[in-house]
Design a protein around this ligand. Structure first.
Ligand code: C5P
Length: 313
C-alpha cells in the first residue's frame, strides 16, 4: 500500500456576517470563504499497527486527539471499521506551514486532508458530499476545506454554494506569533454583546439582512471586480477581537494605510490580511509594514488566492 502526500490549503474569510444564534450553541452565519496557496503538507502511511500516530515538529501542534487531524482519522476508523481492519493504522506526518490558531482554518484543512487521504488509501470511493458530511462532524470549516476555492457558506458554515473562483488576486497576511485568539471566546463574546442585546431590545433574533449585504459582494466576485471586493470585505468578529487586542487593531490600521484593495481580519483572527491586485503590490506592502512595525514577533506571508481544496501530490 503506497503512502499519500496531501496538500492542505489555508482559507481566509472575505465576508463573515453573524445573523443570529442557534439552539445548538453555534451561530447562524453568512460567509464567503476563499482558499489561499499557503498550505500544509501531510503524508499518510500505513504503519502495520492498530494505532494512529501523528508526527509534527511544530511546538504548538498537539499530537493527540486534541488535534483535529487525529480526530479525523479516529472518525474514519469509527465509520469504516472493515477498512481499518483490512488496512491497519497510519502514521501521519504533518509539515506545518499555516500559522496555528490564526483564523486561517489550519486545523480544519488538516482534518479535511485526512478524510480525503484515507478515502483514497482505503479505496472507499466516497463522493464530495459524503466527505463533506463527515467533515461537518469535525468542525464548521472542514466541509469547505475539502473542495476549497471560493464559496458562500451559510448555516454553521457547513452549507456551501460554490461561486466563481477568485484566484487572480494576491494577499499579504500578517500575524503576531505570540497572539492566539480562541474562536469559541470570540463567538460567545459576540453573542453576549450583540445577539442578546438585540433580542432584549427587539424581542427576536437578529434581522435576516444578510442578503442585502452579501448580495453586492457576490456580484463583485462574479464580475471579478477587485476594487469592489476590497470595499465590501466585512467581518463581524472584528468588533470583538480588535478592541481586546490593540496590537492587532494597530496592525490592521497600518496595513490599511499602506494601500491594496482592502484590509481585514480573517475569521476569529488574529491574522490580518490585505488583498492586492499583484504579487509586486503585496510584496511592497509587506516590506513597508515590516519597516513601520519592526517587531520580531510579527510574521508576514505573501500568497495568492487559490481555486483548490485538498490536493494529492
Ligand atoms: O465548528 P468549530 O468547532 O470550528 O467551531 C469552533 C467554535 O466556534 C464553536 O465551538 C463555537 O463556539 C463557535 N462557532 C459558532 N458558530 C459557528 C461556528 C463556530 O458559534 N457557526
Amino acid at each position: 500500500m503506497k503512502p499519500y502526500t496531501l496538500i492542505a490549503p489555508a482559507k481566509i474569510n472575505l465576508y463573515l456576517e453573524i445573523i443570529g444564534d442557534r439552539l445548538d450553541g453555534y451561530h447562524e452565519l453568512v460567509m464567503i470563504l476563499q482558499s489561499i496557496e499557503l498550505a500544509d503538507r501531510l503524508e499518510i502511511r500505513p504503519n502495520g499497527t492498530q494505532h494512529i500516530r501523528l508526527h509534527c515538529d511544530h511546538p504548538q501542534v498537539p499530537l493527540d486527539a486534541t488535534n483535529l487531524a487525529y480526530r479525523a482519522a479516529q472518525l474514519m476508523i469509527q465509520e469504516f471499521p472493515t477498512a481499518f481492519a483490512n488496512y491497519g493504522g497510519i502514521d501521519i506526518t504533518l509539515d506545518k506551514r499555516i500559522p496555528v490558531a490564526a483564523g486561517l482554518a489550519g486545523g480544519s484543512t488538516n482534518a479535511a486532508a485526512i478524510l480525503v487521504g484515507l478515502d483514497l488509501m482505503w479505496e472507499l470511493g466516497l463522493t464530495l458530499p459524503a466527505l463533506r458530511r463527515l467533515g461537518e462532524k469535525l468542525g464548521s470549516d472542514v466541509p469547505f476545506c475539502i473542495g476549497g476555492g471560493t464559496a458562500i457558506a451559510t448555516g454553521r458554515g457547513e452549507k456551501l454554494d460554490p461561486i466563481q473562483d477568485l484566484d487572480n488576486l494576491w494577499v499579504v497576511l500578517a500575524k503576531y506569533n505570540s497572539i492566539a485568539v480562541s474562536t469559541p471566546w470570540a463567538y460567545q463574546t459576540y453573542k453576549k454583546q450583540f445577539v442578546e442585546t438585540y433580542i432584549r431590545d427587539h424581542g427576536e433574533v437578529l434581522s435576516r439582512s444578510s442578503e442585502v449585504h452579501s448580495g453586492p459582494f457576490v456580484q463583485a466576485i462574479t464580475q471579478k471586480n477587485g476594487v469592489k471586493i476590497g470595499e465590501l470585505i466585512h467581518n463581524d468578529l472584528e468588533k470583538i477581537v480588535l478592541p481586546e487586542y490593540p496590537k492587532v487593531a494597530q496592525l490592521r490600521d497600518i496595513l490599511q494605510q499602506l494601500g491594496g484593495l482592502g484590509t481585514m481580519m480573517s475569521g476569529s483572527g488574529p491574522t490580518v490580511f490585505t488583498l492586492c491586485e499583484s504579487k509586486i503590490e503585496a510584496e511592497t506592502i509587506k516590506k513597508q509594514a515590516k519597516e513601520m512595525i519592526n517587531d520580531p514577533d510579527l510574521e508576514f506571508w505573501v500568497t495568492q488566492l487559490s481555486s483548490s481544496g485538498i490536493q494529492v501530490e
